[in-house]
Design a protein around this ligand. Structure first.
Ligand SMILES: Nc1nc2c(c(=O)[nH]1)N[C@H]1C(S)=C(S)[C@@H](COP(=O)(O)O)O[C@H]1N2
Ligand SMILES: [Mo]
Length: 524
């Protein structure tokens, strides 16, 4: 290997390491779920055939993850070295290799369940670091020492132009300056990686505290009648890892339950300050509640159903003694997000909860650990505050909340909706009898019936799953006869107030989408 090839390899390896360090730091600073390296390691685990994985684990024991993470780190450094050597032939080739590595990491991150925009920042910054460090260091690689002049041949041509054999010409990078730069970048990368550990400590400590909690809650049993025979439908209970996530938090709040306080104040007789243990000492109420986002378009998936365990908000408000003039509760989160909720919805007997657990587990951090609110019948943006720390009893006219200031409605009752989950829009299915279905919801009003329509013919009644209360979504299904060709399917729900969804589509702004969901399918 020529010296300049070796230096280029070193430049690439240092670039690889630097990118990893930067992505680690940002992952921890932004409290993203996994570093790109961890995501790749997880993908490797999930793509490894079971028996192979088991055999490996029997050899390395439960250290499989750290070993894989170290392996992926070394692979990135090694591939960086290859990219460095490639620059000798073609810089574009080297950049393509780095870009391909970035795409692989992107795919790995995307296969995780809860990727957010913030989760992509560490990868983007890491890849950018690869490019910049590689370019800077490769430019600093000292040129090949020129060959000693050959003895002049008969034509006298061969070595005639060679001057200053072995020495760098003035202005050319020297070996010493290259090594200084490469060493400097390496030290900087190690400092950044060390800083990353500090950053992550708060979140890790809270995650550990969360995992050590043993809450007196149940897992919730999905009623057998809730689920119809419908392959490919969203499960009636959405697992935490698949539950949609919507919030404004770029950095996830890390709130230690031991330090968490909830202040209830404003138009009350007695101000209350509650600790996590205070909540745990109370009677816990458990209920199935379907939560959905006002930004959910018709047919969209910003909705989920879970088993929540928590303390009824009504009891706490009664204890504080709410003034009869108050009509709203202004909720504030640890990260200063706010929303306004009608007092009526919190005190009219429905299961409005300060939830501590979701599907039998302490709330996941990204779903509001340690405490969030859940109110059946209201969109999340006016009720479901995560990382909740403050409830001010007040009047709607006295405040404006986060989304209200940005053009959304001050009130947000859920609109009656239904969607088709099976078949998927645009799917090709076998002609003949075909199962169709999905979910319909009108939280705290209840679904009365769901109807579907094939190619504009008459509306037909669908089968409905049985639900434990008015507060959850309802599964619907039917069998339709599909002749070969293109078809359109539409769905509409009627709620228990007697209202039937109309075809009039409205935008999600300011208070939620309306209209029928409709899909196209081809039968063959
Ligand atoms: N602190 C905080 N709580 C929040 C939000 C937020 O941005 N910050 N978004 C709300 C919105 S718009 C919705 S739809 C729900 C989503 O809850 P989930 O992420 O647990 O599904 O949380 C609500 N609670
Ligand atoms: Mo939302």
């Amino acid at each position: 290997m020529s010296p300049s090839l070796r230096y280029s390899a070193l430049a690439g390896a240092v670039a690889g390491l630097s990118g990893i360090a930067v992505s680690h730091l940002l992952t921890n600073a932004l409290n993203a779920r996994a570093t790109p390296v961890q995501a790749v390691a997880e993908s490797v685990i999930s793509l490894t055939p079971g028996p192979v994985a088991e055999a490996l684990i029997s050899v390395v024991g439960r250290k499989d993850k750290p070993i894989l993470v170290a392996g992926v780190t070394l692979a990135v450094i090694g591939l960086g070295a290859v990219a460095g050597m490639l620059t000798r032939r073609s810089r574009t080739g080297a950049q393509l290799l780095l870009a391909a590595m970035g795409v692989l990491a992107l795919l790995a991150l995307m296969s995780g369940s809860d990727l957010t925009a913030a989760g992509l920042i560490p990868l983007a910054a890491g890849v950018a670091t690869w490019f910049v460090v590689l370019a800077v260091l490769v430019d600093a690689v000292p040129p090949e020492p020129t060959q000693p002049p050959e003895p002049p041949g008969p034509a006298g041509a061969a070595g005639a132009t060679v001057a200053g054999a072995g020495g760098a010409a003035a202005g050319e990078p020297s070996r010493r300056s290259f090594l200084l730069k490469a060493g400097g970048v390496t030290v900087a990368a190690l400092v950044v990686a060390g800083g990353a550990r500090l950053f992550g400590q708060g979140r890790r400590a809270v995650e550990t505290a969360r995992q050590l909690l043993r809450l007196p809650v149940s897992d919730g049993t999905v009623p057998a009648e809730a689920t119809l025979e419908l392959k490919g439908a969203t499960p009636w209970r959405v697992p935490n890892a698949d539950f949609y996530r919507i919030d404004t938090a770029l950095v996830l709040p890390a709130v230690d339950p031991a330090e968490w306080r909830l202040r209830i104040h404003g138009m009350v007789e007695r101000e209350l300050v509650l600790t996590y243990d205070d909540l745990l000492a109370r009677n816990l109420t458990e209920a199935w509640v379907t939560l959905c986002c006002v930004s959910n378009p018709v047919g969209g998936d910003l909705i989920g159903n879970a088993w929540w365990s928590g303390v009824r908000v009504a009891d706490l408000l009664a204890e504080a003694g709410v003034s009869s003039d108050a009509d709203a509760v202004l909720q504030t989160s640890q990260d200063d997000w706010t929303c306004g909720t009608p007092i009526e919805a919190l005190t009219d007997g429905r299961d409005a909860l300060l939830a501590l657990a979701m599907n039998g587990e302490p709330l996941p951090i990204d779903h509001g650990f340690p405490v969030r609110m859940v109110v059946p019948g209201l969109y999340g943006f006016v009720s479901a505050t995560k990382w909740l720390v403050d409830l001010e009893v007040t009047r709607f006219e006295n405040f404006s909340a986060y989304w209200t200031e940005r053009g959304w409605s001050a009130r947000g009752p859920v609109k009656t909706q239904s969607r088709i989950e099976v078949p998927a829009n645009g799917a090709t299915v076998a002609a003949g009898p075909t199962r169709i279905g999905g979910h319909a919801w009108a939280q705290h009003t209840g679904i009365e019936k769901v109807e579907y329509r094939l190619d504009g013919a008459a509306w037909q009644r669908a089968e409905l799953g049985g639900v434990p209360s008015l507060d959850t979504w309802v599964q619907w299904a039917a069998t339709v006869e599909l002749a070969p060709g293109e078809h359109t399917l539409a769905v509409r729900a009627t709620d228990r107030s007697g209202y039937t969804q109309t075809s009039a589509r409205t935008d999600v702004v300011p208070d939620g989408a309306a209209g029928w969901d409709s899909i196209d399918v081809t039968a063959q």
